[in-house]
Design a protein. Structure first.
Lengths: 320, 117
């Protein structure tokens, strides 16, 4: 077990992955893509195994991520490798959609449901479809009899060995930092710090109290003079008002949490309100820029046009 | 075992151990590396832009994983801005690619080496 978590072994495994990716890149002649893909997959699996062994040693059996993590990670990385190795651009874009779907699965595991579905809708549904349209619009017409041949720039990659070395040096540094610097991370907070934002959602608290059976016979959530609910965060109790106006403390029901969408909404609109405006301006400028750039140039040379019209008229007269 | 197989909201809002965070960060780093290698090696302009999208995607995974570790929603908020920038970049870059394709009838990046000045 100690052998696998040794840094030298880790760098050797990363170098093995580099060899696999380098073999999988398209090149002139026969390229051993399948063999390269298998070698890269074995290397990636070994690194994840090292991480899992470390997790089992440091954090006990519950520290490792669940089974779906391995499935989604394998699909995401395999499809990403296929994006950069497939010689046909349309298939590369379709494999990118597979990467997006697997990343959305990883987001679900990280309890980011809104982002998972936003990713599928925006990336897979809008951005990649735009890419597919442009790939289909901007493809050269094949010469007669050579329809099965691909363009040379798609089948031969540029400097595969140098690029793979550069990329995997980056990966080696990042992975070494993951293994060595993880202990320097500040510890994860024990409870959700955004809990206090629940106080801004009195109707949600009231509904959950009613569902838990704490509000019987016309009781309601007690409000302060400003209209906020009265909450004691240290022992998680909330004040409720009976039908006769008497105020009592009731424990907050279990499972009363900010949901993902509520928390994201608070973060977006309370913590980063200026960024939304900037994002809107960026999208507007991109839209204008795209329209201006891809507009067809319609201003013709007037003199040339008149001469062409004369030529056509002369040719028509000659035939008649 | 059924507990281990719940898909979303697993353990939320309890803490997220650093050793689990490392798994997600490795996937993010590997996907970024693949995108980087693709950007350097492929010679088709559209595939090069697709590889930048791959790198955006990897950064998004890292941001969401860090946000889950710190129980903070800012990571997910930043992924929204990454999506915005990716959409803007796709629109502009593809308009440029269409413009270049109209001039030279090829998508090869090597055709435009004189643009480096």
């Amino acid at each position: 077990m100690d052998l696998l978590t040794n840094p030298i072994v880790l760098y050797l495994v990363i170098a093995l992955g580099a060899v696999g990716v380098c073999m999988a890149l398209p090149r002139r002649g026969v390229s051993p893509q399948l063999v390269g893909g298998i070698i890269a997959a074995v290397a990636g699996g070994l690194i994840v195994l090292v991480l899992s062994l470390r997790a089992a040693r440091q954090g006990g059996p519950d520290a490792a991520p669940n089974l779906f993590f391995y499935v989604f990670a394998a699909v995401a990385l395999g499809a990403a490798l296929r994006v950069i190795t497939h010689p046909r651009p349309v298939y590369a874009a379709l494999y990118f959609i597979l990467t997006v779907l697997a990343s959305a699965g990883l987001f679900l595991l990280l309890s980011a449901e809104f982002m998972a579905f936003a990713l599928i809708i925006i990336y897979a549904g809008a951005i990649i479809i735009t890419y597919l349209f442009v790939i289909m619009l901007a493809t050269q017409a094949p010469e007669a009899g050579k329809e099965h041949l691909l363009a040379e720039y798609d089948t031969v990659s540029r400097e595969p060995i140098a690029a793979t070395t550069a990329g995997f040096v980056v990966l080696g540094v990042l992975t070494a930092m993951l293994l060595g610097g993880g202990a320097q991370l500040p510890p994860a907070p024990a409870a959700d710090p955004s809990q206090t934002r629940l106080a801004q959602l009195p109707r949600k608290i009231e509904q959950s109290l009613r569902d838990a059976g704490c509000l019987k016979g016309g009781g309601a959530l007690a409000r302060s003079s400003l209209g906020d609910p009265v909450i004691n965060w240290s022992d998680r109790t909330v004040q409720i008002e009976g039908p006769d106006g008497s105020r009592t403390w009731a424990p907050m029901p279990d499972g009363l949490e900010l949901s993902n969408v509520e928390g994201l909404g608070f973060s977006l609109l309370e913590d980063h309100p200026g960024s939304i405006e900037i994002a809107g301006v960026i999208l507007l400028m991109a839209m204008l820029g795209a329209v201006v750039l891809s507009r067809k140039q319609v201003e013709h040379d007037e003199e040339l046009k008149r001469r062409r019209a004369h030529q056509l008229a002369d040719a028509g007269g000659a035939v008649r | 075992m059924s507990d281990a197989l719940t898909l979303a909201q697993q353990g939320w809002p309890a803490a997220f151990p650093a050793v689990t965070l490392a798994h997600y960060l490795f996937v993010s780093a590997a996907m970024f590396t693949v995108g980087l290698i693709g950007f350097l090696t492929r010679r088709n302009l559209i595939i090069m832009f697709l590889c930048t999208e791959l790198m955006f995607q990897a950064a998004g995974i890292a941001l969401v994983a860090f946000g889950r570790y710190h129980l903070d929603f800012s990571g997910q908020t930043f992924v929204i801005f990454i999506l915005t920038v990716a959409a803007a970049e796709a629109a502009m870059a593809l308009a440029l690619v269409v413009l270049l394709f109209r001039k030279r009838e090829t998508l090869s990046a090597d055709e435009w080496t004189e643009m480096k000045g």
